[in-house]
Structure formats: structure tokens, C-alpha cells
Design a protein around this ligand. Structure first.
Ligand code: PLP
Length: 379
């Protein structure tokens, strides 16, 4: 027994996903920047991406970038969220590239790069409809003019990010806009841009279709590599594993209970309580995991198991048939938001397969799968 709750991360399956996508996109002239943020900049994940043929890595958090840098002195690392003004020194010292949309921050990066005697590469992010980060297209030329004049800053390219805040679909239109803006910038600076970064896992439907991918030569991919799905409809991608990461939680109570609450109803621990319909007596179990560790709405349960609610530390499920034994485990497939929380929760153990020797001490101890006794049957 290796303890519960736990995430099991199968790096062989993730490596397969990464290799498949790197190859299919490579055939269309698009390189993959492997995004590690959902696994907190894990060096094991990074090593898996690199072995699969991905040449550059990205993360949104400087702590994760520093963790990657500690084991990868010469791999290109990109900070994919705009740096904070308060962290520009570390961004310049740890990363090679950052995505930017504010002149004040690029100027601070330039100052930091001058102090450190380094060059820092910048990707200017464009707002193309999702209304998250990015420069309005009409303002791009002036951002380019200011950026290329800054000492120790190299304009590496442009990029955009869709489908994250508003679900705006990367399509032929907005991707063609990005390509034509790349052309306009190249005319302005009189040289080729290294990178035109089209987006994230939501771009795969577009990138792997027959569509003309234009000037886009990079995608920043996280979820698709880890969970084997595109992210517009969460459809499984052909030939990829969707079960590379599993979550096990343990049963601490199992009883038959009325399906309806009894008493006056006000708020529950997390805002309003759902209206319960009377389904008579149900077979209910409690798993020792909760809102602090997962997003209960983002777990795929095995057939016959139904997620009914969650508070901070309790996940309430109903099962068809017999009572689940106390101490037994239920295995779920986490979606991205459940994965993000579980990875970040110190209460969820992480089992990396094949076991990976961490090269820094801050990580949890290595558990070698070979020494773990067979697990209790999962449901
Ligand atoms: C998180 C993130 C990505 C990766 O997104 P996935 O959906 O995990 O592929 C790419 N670009 C930016 C700017 C991000 O913040």
C-alpha cells in the first residue's frame, strides 16, 4: 500500500503522448513547447518531454522555471505568463524567453538583463479575442518599435493564447490574423521572427486538420500531453493515452442513508447546497479527499460510482450495489483542474512511474514501484 490519496503519474504514457504530438505537429512545421505547470515544473516530467523529442519547455511560475533550470542548464525555458515587475531579475537569470504584453515589464527585463550581462528574448503576446493577456493588434507596431530599441532584449517572436478565459476557438480566421501580423512585424524589423506561437492544447483541432497553419511554428502544450485530450471539447486525441494520470482515494465511511437531507436548509460549506431529490435510501460512501485536494466536478468516476458532493476534506459518492468496504480505494481520472489541485496539495502523494530519482532534496521521497505491495482492488 503506498498510501492515499495519491496521484499516479505514468511517465511512459505521457512520453508516448508527447512523442506522438511532437511528431504529428512536426510534420506540419510546428514545434512543441512542453508546458510543465500542471506538474509544478517537475524535472521528471521535463526529462520525459525531452526524451520524447520536445526541445523547449515552458512554465507560468518562476519557482517552477527555477526548478527546471536546476536540472537543465541548457534547455530553452520560456516563462509563459507575463513576468511580474517584482521578479524580473530571476526571470532573466533562470529563463531564456518570456511572454510579454507590457512595455514597463519589458523595460525592467532589459534593465535586469543589462545588470546581469545577459540577453533576454521576448515574445509579444497578442489579444485575438479571448480577452485574457495580449496587446491589441493595432498597438503591435508601436510595441515592436519600443521593444527592439531596448538594450539586451531580443524580439524572438509573437504569440497568442485563446480558449482559456472565454473559450474562444483557435480557427482559420484568428490564426490567419496571427500569421499576417507576423509578416507585418518582419517587414517592420527587416528580419525573420524565430517564433510564432499559436496557442495551447485548444489549438490541436486546428493544427492537426487540413487547415493552412500559415506562419505558426510553435504551440505551448500542457494538458494534451498529460491527459491525451484536446481542450475545446475534451475529446480524446487519436492514439494518445487518456489515463496516464490516475487518482486514488480511500473509503472512510460506508452506509445506507436517506438521499435527502433532514432539517432546515441554509448554506453549506461551499456556497449553496444543491437541491436534493428524494431517491429513497442510497448506498453512500465518504472518501478521504476534498475540495482542498481536487475539483470534485472534474473527476471521471468508474462506472457504478457517482460523485454527489464534497466539502474541504470529504468526497461523498454513491455506489450501485453493495457497500464499499472501509479501507478500499476508488480510482478516478482527474481532469485538468482536479489534476492542478491534486498536484498542488501536499496531502496528495505523488507516485511517478517509472520511479524517478529527484535531483533536489525538496521533493518527496522516491517510492520505487517494485517495493510497493499489490494494491487493494480498485473499483
Ligand atoms: C497554461 C498555458 C499553456 C498550456 O495550456 P494547455 O491547455 O495546458 O495546453 C499555454 N500557454 C499559456 C500562456 C498558458 O498559460
Amino acid at each position: 500500500m503506498s498510501g492515499a490519496p495519491r496521484l499516479t503519474i505514468d511517465l511512459d504514457k505521457i512520453g508516448h503522448n508527447a512523442q506522438q504530438l511532437a511528431q504529428r505537429l512536426g510534420a506540419r512545421g510546428i514545434a512543441v513547447t512542453g508546458v510543465t505547470k500542471a506538474c509544478l515544473g517537475s524535472p521528471a516530467l521535463a526529462a520525459t518531454y525531452l526524451a520524447a523529442g520536445i526541445a523547449s519547455l515552458g512554465d507560468s511560475r518562476i519557482d517552477n522555471i527555477a526548478r527546471l533550470r536546476a536540472t537543465l542548464p541548457s534547455v530553452q525555458l520560456t516563462v509563459i505568463r507575463s513576468p511580474m515587475l517584482s521578479e524580473v531579475q530571476e526571470v532573466v537569470s533562470q529563463a531564456d524567453v518570456s511572454c510579454n504584453s507590457e512595455v514597463d515589464i519589458i523595460r525592467a527585463l532589459s534593465h535586469a538583463a543589462q545588470t546581469q550581462g545577459r540577453q533576454h528574448q521576448v515574445i509579444l503576446m497578442l489579444e485575438l479575442g479571448d480577452r485574457r493577456e495580449g496587446i491589441m493588434p493595432d498597438d503591435l507596431a508601436s510595441y515592436v518599435r519600443v521593444t527592439i530599441a531596448m538594450p539586451n532584449i531580443v524580439l524572438m517572436g509573437i504569440g497568442t493564447n485563446l480558449a482559456c478565459r472565454s473559450g474562444v476557438v483557435p480557427d482559420a480566421n484568428n490564426m490567419a490574423t496571427l500569421s499576417s501580423l507576423a509578416g507585418a512585424v518582419e517587414t517592420q524589423v527587416e528580419r525573420q521572427l524565430t517564433t510564432v506561437s499559436g496557442g495551447n492544447s485548444a489549438n490541436l483541432e486546428w493544427a492537426l486538420s487540413e487547415a493552412d497553419t500559415g506562419r505558426v511554428n510553435d504551440l505551448r502544450l500542457g494538458e494534451a500531453l498529460l491527459l491525451g485530450r484536446e481542450t475545446l471539447h475534451r475529446h480524446a486525441l487519436k492514439g494518445l493515452h487518456i489515463d496516464a494520470i490516475t487518482l486514488h482515494a480511500e473509503v472512510i465511511e460506508s452506509k445506507r442513508k436517506p438521499s435527502q437531507p433532514c432539517g432546515q436548509i441554509a448554506q453549506s460549506a461551499f456556497a449553496s447546497a444543491p437541491v436534493a431529490t428524494d431517491r429513497g435510501i442510497v448506498t453512500q460512501s465518504i472518501l478521504a479527499i476534498g475540495q482542498q485536494d481536487i475539483d470534485p466536478a472534474d473527476l471521471l468516476a468508474p462506472s457504478g460510482i457517482h460523485i454527489k458532493g464534497a466539502s474541504s476534506d470529504h468526497l461523498i459518492i454513491e455506489s450501485d450495489g453493495a457497500l464499499l468496504p472501509i479501507g478500499s480505494e476508488v480510482a478516478f481520472l482527474p481532469g485538468y483542474s482536479a489534476l492542478l489541485r491534486a498536484m498542488t496539495s501536499p496531502f496528495v502523494k505523488k507516485i511517478w512511474k517509472p520511479s524517478y530519482q529527484w535531483s533536489d532534496d525538496s521533493q518527496q521521497s522516491v517510492i520505487n514501484p517494485a517495493t510497493v505491495p499489490p494494491q487493494k482492488p480498485s473499483l
